[in-house]
Design a protein around this ligand. Sequence first.
Ligand code: 5AD
Ligand code: SF4
Length: 447
Amino acid sequence: MLHKSFHIVTFGCQMNANDSRWLALSLEARGFARAEAVEAQVVVINTCSVREKPEQKVIAALNDVRRLTRANPDVLVVVAGCVAQQLGEALFSAGDQVRLLIGSDGLAHAPEAIERLLAEPELKLALLDFVDSCEERAPVSGASGPVAQVNIMQGCDNFCAYCIVPFTRGRQKSRPSSAVLEECRARLEEGAREICLLGQNVNAYGRDKHGDGTSFAGLLARVAALPGLARLRYVTPHPKDMSSEDVAAFGTLACLCPRLHLPVQSGSDAVLTRMGRKYGRRDFFNLVERLRKARPDIALGTDIIVGFPGESEKDFEDTLDMIKTCEFVSSFSFCYSDRPGARAALFPDKTAPAVSRERLARLQVMQDALTQRLLEERVGRKTDILIEGRSRRQNSGETSWQGRDPYGVPVHLVLSGDTDYTGKMAPVLITQAKKHTLMAQQAGEIW
Ligand code: 5AD
Ligand code: SF4
């Protein structure tokens, strides 16, 4: 085992990935080094329970712990994230090596807790309390990749009937705009060219008691004005919270990418009402229309839950119709499953799993065809890609690079020579559409 070394395994959303990055850099600042799981002194499992059944997640996480501790019996295992928040101290029974549990608000104190546990081998700690203050984590620095994810808020107040997030991540807490801007500025100085603002409900930013009077649109405008920023994105907005200023920003902020992930969840008014989404089918169509007016080429993505309790075949067909009408370029779709504590777990009229699975399959076939058509329409067009890294080495001294176009689609580009193009912007011509990606060739000077 390597003294003062750590390994982090991350599941779930971009928020978790961002939390893991912060923890890794904080541990490095305290003299820890990254290591493989089998030889690390500290292994952190950063868990997620938003989609899969929590029990399955836990079984998988516990299996991971068992596998790890067999090869590395003296390891200190840390369980962080939503599953830790949800299951709490029951996780200590997973093995003697599990000695630290970190909930949503506990991460800021994780580095010092880890040091304390290494010094006191008999101790176990659970940092699971929600705190009312919006504690700022100590800033960390490290080379930034081309895309920097910056958290602007924690938690959510919406309590959609199916969702566990308000229970695992707690109530909405906006970060002060000065802290967000400071972090964005630092990441740009470290080399980032794109910023993605993160939160469970980003466009409700500022509308909680921690807000400092800055609206989401106001924050966007201030981030967009930072020197060095080429692209700005955000995820995830709630349709009911899209203000007219948020919509207008797609027409006025040049660096705001024409791509929006806008979870609709269902196309049926009855289902949306039972989900507690607080918008109807018409409202959503109107919003899409206003977005397209502000930015005609905007590409929309969405999340969909199939088989919500009481969903009829007609409700489901309304969802299919919604996908077609809105022309989502991609969708993440899931079969509904109960989350203990969320209201819908108690709803009657559960959809039979076989029916949900069959509907999901139908939806995905339709979405794949739509995605394919929309990607094929892009062949022959010019665009810019921000290169994020190598995708694979070709034989003849050429390298295939991967980046994203402004619409968020992964694009592959083959370039010759040994230059590292990571973080560069490449003008390209789209030459071919694959299943979820595009192929391109260079069409101008890389900068
Ligand atoms: N069942 C199925 N899908 C869910 N999601 C959230 N909760 C559930 C659930 N109980 C999906 C939603 C959300 C995405 C992150 O996960 O579509 O937007
Ligand atoms: Fe969950 Fe609804 Fe909040 Fe999204 S808006 S995190 S689905 S409760």
